[in-house]
Design a protein around this ligand. Structure first.
Ligand code: AP5
Length: 250
C-alpha cells in the first residue's frame, strides 16, 4: 500500500487540486457584458473588434446589422434605410427588436461586446430588462476629429476592417490587408450626414454616460491617440477591473 509520501499518492491530490483550481478559475472568470459608445469615428468598430478578440467575446454591432439588411434589400433593410442614410436613429422599437433577437441567439453568460447599442437611455432601459451591463466604455473625441476621421474612412466590404485614407491606408489601394476584399467609402460618411449623426450623438447618446455612471460601470477614455496606444490603455484598464483575457496577452 502506498503512503502519502510515495509519488503516486502525491500526484493524485495534486492533480485533484489543479482541477479544482482550474474549475474555480473558470467559474470566477468575469465575462465582459459591455457596451461601447462614443461619437462617430471615435474608433468603436476599430477597438471593438480588437477587444472582442482579446477578451474572447462576440462583437455585436448595431450599425453593421442594419447595413447588412440594407445590402440584402430585406424588408427590414428597406425600413431602416431611410433613417441610416440621413444619419437619423432608427426608431427604438425596431432597434430594440433587432438587437434583442440577436442577443437571444448567444450565451449571455459567456459575455459579449455591443457596439452602437444602446444609443439612448430608453434603449439602455430596455436592454437592462434582458441583461445588466457590467461595463460601459465611452471613447471621447472632438467633433472636428470625428469629421476628419470619417471623411477619410475606408471600410472593407468583407471583414469590415476600417482604414483611413491618410492615417491608416491599406497597403494596396482599395484592397483589404486582412481579407483581400474591396475597400470602399461608406454611404453615410459625407459631411452633411456626419453632422446629423453627431447631433444625434450629443443629444441622445451622450446622456448614457450619466446613466451608466449611476450604475457604477462607466469607464471613459480619451480617444484622440493612435489606435495601438488607445487599445493598450483600454486593455490595461479593463483588466484592472478584473476581466481576464481569453488566452493571449498584449
Ligand atoms: P454605426 O455603424 O454604429 O455608425 P456610427 O455610430 O456613426 O459610428 P461609426 O461606425 O461611424 O464610427 P466608429 O466609432 O465605429 O469608428 P471606426 O472605428 O470605424 O451606425 C450607423 C447608423 O445606424 C446610425 O447613424 C443609425 O442610423 C443606425 N443605428 C445604429 N445603431 C442604432 C441604434 N442603437 N438605434 C438606432 N439607430 C441605430 O473609425 C472611424 C475612422 O477613424 C476609420 O477610418 C479608422 O481607421 C479611424 N480611426 C479609428 N481610431 C482611430 C484613432 N485612434 N486615430 C486615428 N484614426 C482612427
Amino acid at each position: 500500500m502506498g503512503s502519502y509520501l510515495d509519488g503516486g499518492s502525491i500526484r493524485a491530490p495534486r492533480k485533484c487540486a489543479a482541477i479544482i483550481f482550474y474549475v474555480s478559475f473558470c467559474m470566477a472568470r468575469k465575462h465582459l457584458r459591455a457596451v461601447l459608445f462614443g461619437p462617430q469615428g471615435s474608433g468603436k468598430g476599430t477597438q471593438g473588434r480588437m477587444l472582442a478578440d482579446y477578451f474572447g467575446v462576440p462583437l455585436i454591432g448595431a450599425g453593421e446589422l442594419f447595413r447588412a439588411e440594407i445590402q440584402e434589400k430585406s424588408a427590414l433593410g428597406k425600413l431602416v434605410k431611410s433613417y441610416v442614410s440621413r444619419g437619423a436613429l432608427v426608431p427604438d422599437e425596431l432597434a430594440n427588436a433587432v438587437m434583442q433577437k440577436r442577443l437571444k441567439a448567444i450565451h449571455l453568460d459567456h459575455g459579449f461586446l455591443l457596439d452602437g447599442y444602446p444609443r439612448n437611455v430608453d434603449q439602455a432601459e430596455s436592454l437592462d430588462t434582458i441583461v445588466k451591463m457590467n461595463l460601459a466604455l465611452q471613447i471621447k473625441i472632438s467633433d472636428v476629429e470625428s469629421l476628419r476621421r470619417l471623411l477619410g474612412r475606408r471600410q472593407c466590404m468583407g471583414c469590415k476592417a476600417a482604414f483611413h485614407a491618410e492615417d491608416y491606408p491599406s497597403t494596396k489601394p482599395n484592397v483589404c490587408d486582412v481579407c483581400g476584399q474591396k475597400v470602399v467609402q461608406r454611404e453615410d460618411d459625407n459631411e452633411e450626414v456626419i453632422r446629423a449623426r453627431l447631433a444625434a450623438y450629443h443629444f441622445m447618446t451622450e446622456p448614457l454616460a450619466s446613466y451608466y455612471r449611476q450604475q457604477g460601470v462607466l469607464l471613459a477614455v480619451k480617444g484622440e491617440q493612435p489606435v495601438p496606444s488607445l487599445y493598450e490603455e483600454l486593455v490595461r484598464k479593463i483588466r484592472k477591473l478584473g476581466f481576464v483575457p481569453a488566452k493571449k496577452s498584449v
